[in-house]
Write a new protein. Sequence first.
Length: 258
Amino acid sequence: MRHGAIDGMSEKEFDGQVAVVTGAAGGIGFAIAKLFAERGATASVWDVDSDAAAAAAKRLKDMGLKAHSAGLDVTDEEQIFAARDATLADCGQIDILVNNAGLYPEGTIQDMTREAWDRVFAVNVTGPFFLMRALMEHMKARKYGRMVNIVTIDAYMAKQTKPHYAASKAALLSVMKTYAIELAPHGILVNGVSPGAVATERAKQSDWLESYSKKTPVGYTAEPEQMAEYILFLASKRNMFMAGECIIASGGFYVASA
């Protein structure tokens, strides 16, 4: 089926849509949710900390924006279903899913415990797998949807200090591609964004952000709001032809490290 061209971005391009963002109580997740809300969507803040999710939604509402919240552990399928059903009951529909929730702890091959390995894979791979599956029938029935997974440049690189994190994100990339093939015929586009270093509040408190800036060809690390722009493009109706693809946004760090 041939589609007409979509005009450029408008200030309210997501008006009438509902965007679920996991891990959105703070950091990149909150920046994504806020940008969706600023552009007209109801931003549904999903987070393992239900109080923090509710507080984040209140922050958005206090700005005059539309917001909703749900608390859930993304590794628990029953909690995923409960968050989905509550959001549908309150908001009426879900148009967009952004799988942002993730763990990135330090750990070497030598000191890796089974518990640490399993927990990272549970949050970073199993969670997104079941979140996408929980929403796909609703989106299929409406013949429209956008799913965006936050991957990382580490999915393409060796990571001696975070082997479980890098491996989990490589697995997420594979899962994302399988969903894309499954869902594209139904009008649901599944894609990803692989950020490099992002200057979240947590990152600013660490000692590695400055060194990454020096290694990044553009000379600085991204702000969360900059990364959110790529995610919003993939989640928008401006994106009509990308499926199973991943935008690498690292300021040249990935290329320089290859």
